[in-house]
Design a protein around this ligand. Structure first.
Ligand code: HPA
Ligand code: ZN
Length: 314
């Protein structure tokens, strides 16, 4: 039983699906990009560019349902049992798919995956940091405009180097005010102290990545004692050059210092990974982590309701 708590829905797009949707939706993507390994990026800025280009093939609610269903089916084949997808509602709303229709599509995918494959899933609506605080407020307003069983959290993705975390306090306050849980990318590209800043200012329930906390014993201690879980994405961190190899990854040191570790695939198609591989990598790091501990952490940290948690624990 494996759990993916950090996955960008459109980061799961397989090459064949990109080709199919590009044709269906008349989106022109250079074949050199589609055929390049990992879609041809080489650092974080070029990753974000490649991500925007490749994911622009998703245009309709049907596309969204297809992409989500495909990932959930693949997870079931790997032994996955729970997935929390991140998706920014205004992205598709701008191309003419109202948030209500996005939710309906994801609910349909979630219902099918639960009934046919026993895989549960929820949605974290996200704001994109480099689009700025006003766009984040728009995302939070959209996310809180509709009640849905699957919509459980609000998140912040994008380029951590843009804006300060305080600029997003209002968006998170709107989302939390309506009962959504909160997570944000922090301590992936920016130093340890920014993890504490994000936790305190945005009132986070979890941290996306947070691995650079390891650079400050004091920050690591604070995170460990707060019991706020880190969503660690091993392949992503190595692919984006945070660490030269998996053996240099600090997940073991974080775990041994008492930080609550969960795993995510981040953008599996861009980082050439899957859930099984992330669990397998975590097993190689020589720490107190085991699949059992990671799963226990992940189910406790999940944003879904208690009934779903009980099913996942049974
Ligand atoms: N990091 C930050 N923002 C993102 C990512 C990521 O891996 N994928 C999509 N948006
Ligand atoms: Zn991410």
């Amino acid at each position: 039983m494996l759990v993916d708590l950090h996955v960008h829905l459109r980061g799961t797009l397989l090459r064949d699906t990109v080709i199919l949707l590009a044709k269906r939706n008349n989106v022109s993507i250079p074949s050199s990009v589609i055929s390049a390994a990992r879609y041809g990026w080489h650092d974080f800025p070029s990753f974000l560019k490649s991500y925007d280009l490749i994911t622009s093939v998703v245009k309709s609610a049907n596309d969204l349902e297809q992409v989500a269903t495909s990932y959930l089916q693949r997870c079931s084949l790997l032994g996955g049992s729970y997935v929390e997808f991140m998706l920014s509602p205004p992205d598709l709303a701008r191309t003419g798919v109202p948030f209500f229709d996005q939710l309906r599509a994801l609910q349909a995918a979630a219902d099918r995956a639960r009934q046919e494959w026993g895989v549960h899933s929820c949605l974290i609506a996200t704001a994109v940091r480099h689009l700025g605080p006003l766009a984040a407020i728009e995302a939070a307003r959209m996310a809180t405009s509709i009640r849905s069983n699957i919509l459980v959290g609000f998140g912040l993705t994008g380029d951590e180097n843009q804006y300060s975390v305080g600029d997003f306090a209002e968006a998170f306050s709107i989302a939390r005010g309506e009962g959504l849980k909160a997570t944000a990318h922090a301590g992936e590209h920016c130093p340890a102290e920014t993890v504490i800043e994000a936790i305190e200012i945005l009132n986070l329930d979890r941290v996306g990545h947070g691995v650079r906390a390891v650079e400050s014993p004091n920050v690591m201690r604070q995170i460990a004692s707060s019991r706020i879980p880190l969503e660690v994405c091993l392949s992503s961190n190595v692919a984006l050059g945070l660490y030269p190899t998996i053996t240099a990854h600090p997940i073991g040191r974080l775990a041994n210092s008492g930080c609550v570790i969960t795993l995510g695939t981040d953008d599996p198609s861009f980082f050439d990974t899957d859930l099984l591989q992330e669990y397998a990598l975590a097993r190689t790091v020589g720490s107190c982590l085991s699949d059992y501990i990671i799963n226990k952490n992940a189910i406790e940290a999940a944003f879904c309701d208690e009934r779903t948690k009980a099913i996942l624990t049974a």
